[in-house]
Ligand binder design. Structure first.
Ligand SMILES: NC(=O)c1ccc[n+]([C@@H]2O[C@H](COP(=O)([O-])OP(=O)(O)OC[C@H]3O[C@@H](n4cnc5c(N)ncnc54)[C@H](O)[C@@H]3O)[C@@H](O)[C@H]2O)c1
Ligand SMILES: [Zn+2]
Length: 367
């Protein structure tokens, strides 16, 4: 078992990563002095619930906790105000009080949704993340919680740090293959923004990672979480450095919205977004190898690197304009300088992005 610390003053918290943690949740809750008198609310989804909910409930109940649970539909569409309200109803009917803890058992969707419930219920209650996807090594750390608006992703949300992150890597063995690939996309991102040697390691270990080799997974997830933790500790509320975590996300979020939050998984959309960012950087004069290495990396993981020809540029650009990263008519864009190093710029124009969308659509027709 490995423990990392996210240093945020009085909001600091540990990330525990290892096998078998789910069955020990009750003990971790006791160790963190989480109240036993108030009911706990576990939020999970229809795929994760049948696999892991009873194990979690049993562990908590064995330690003397009372639990209620809410199972939502799987998928990005559950990150909505409607589902948020349903969970609020469960919380109120279940008698949650100020000392209750909301637990997210699932991937990034459940984490973002349950986290926003925790941030809002009675103006904020405690929150624990129990991630069950690879992608959630990113989403469960850093305190960004949100639901989507029909027009734009993550538009309604808060910063709400968890008490702890309990990452039982055994749960990853049941992940569908497409979600394995999608999650590895954020792991690769952590290398691309921060650490070339981690990017090289991901490339060398691609087969093992895709096969869910436990040792490679624990190493990769620990490094990914630690990069995220370092960035977040430096800039919790994204006044500067934290924006580098958005590599690939400006276009990625727009692709997700344009695809109706169903066509692309998050990791797939940002994979295209990262390749596009590399292409924009090259179009602005950076070395061509940045694009080639980035594209090769994502292809090795079976992730998409081109844009489907039937997608409309205007729709994608319109979705991008609604994004939070679009300020006073300027897009805040993260671009690679080299592999493992990025810069934040504000002079990428909508036309630059439109041009790259066209290039990536053409690229897709040649494969
Ligand atoms: N808050 C943040 O900082 C942050 C960062 C990155 C991504 N995100 C968000 O995370 C979301 C994507 O997260 P995700 O990819 O984990 O998606 P997800 O939560 O939808 O999970 C993916 C799929 O896998 C299933 N699943 C989850 N765990 C499983 C398991 N152990 N076994 C079998 N099936 C399992 C889920 O039911 C779902 O169908 C997006 O909404 C994205 O915006 C947030
Ligand atoms: Zn992301």
């Amino acid at each position: 078992m490995r423990t990392l610390q996210v240093d945020l003053g009085e909001r600091s918290y540990p990330i525990y990563i290892g096998g078998g943690l789910l069955a020990e949740t009750g003990e971790y809750f006791e160790r963190h002095n989480l109240a036993k008198k108030s009911p706990l609310l576990i939020v999970t989804d229809e795929h994760v619930g049948p696999l892991y909910l009873s194990k979690l409930e049993t562990s908590l109940q064995n330690s003397g906790y009372r639990t209620i649970s809410k199972v939502v539909k799987a998928g990005e569409k559950s990150k909505s105000l409607e589902v948020f309200e349903e969970i609020m109803t469960t919380a109120i009917e279940g008698g949650l009080d100020r000392h209750s803890v909301v637990i997210a058992l699932g991937g990034g969707v459940v984490g973002d949704l349950a986290g926003f419930v925790a941030a809002s219920y009675m103006r904020g209650v405690k929150f624990v993340q129990i991630p069950t996807t690879i992608l959630a090594h990113d989403s469960s750390v850093g305190g960004k919680v949100a639901v989507n608006h029909r027009l734009a992703k993550n538009m309604i949300g808060a910063f709400h740090q968890p008490e702890m992150v309990l990452y039982d890597v055994d749960t990853l063995q049941t992940l569908p293959e497409r979600d394995v690939r999608s999650g590895l996309s954020e792991m690769i991102k952590h290398g691309l923004i921060w650490d070339k040697s981690f990017t090289d390691w991901c490339r060398d270990q691609s087969d093992k990672l895709l096969d869910l080799d436990p040792e490679s997974l624990v190493y990769g997830l620990t490094l990914g979480c630690s990069i995220k933790a370092q960035v977040v500790s430096t800039d919790e509320r994204e006044h500067g450095l934290r924006a580098i975590l958005n590599l690939g996300h400006t276009l990625g979020h727009a692709l997700e919205a344009t695809g109706g939050y169903g066509q692309f998984l998050h990791g797939e959309a940002i994979s295209i977004g990262m390749v596009a960012a590399a292409k924009i950087a090259v179009n602005r004069g950076r070395d061509q190898s940045i694009y080639l290495v980035t594209k090769d990396l994502f292809e090795r993981f079976g992730l998409p690197t081109t844009i489907p020809s039937q997608m409309n540029e205007d729709d994608i650009i319109a979705a991008m304009m609604h994004d939070k990263k679009f300020k006073e008519n300027q897009i805040i864009y993260v671009l690679p300088i080299s592999i493992g190093e990025v810069e934040i710029v504000n002079d990428v124009t909508a036309d630059d992005v439109r041009h790259v969308i066209q290039e990536l659509k053409e690229e897709g027709q040649h494969v």
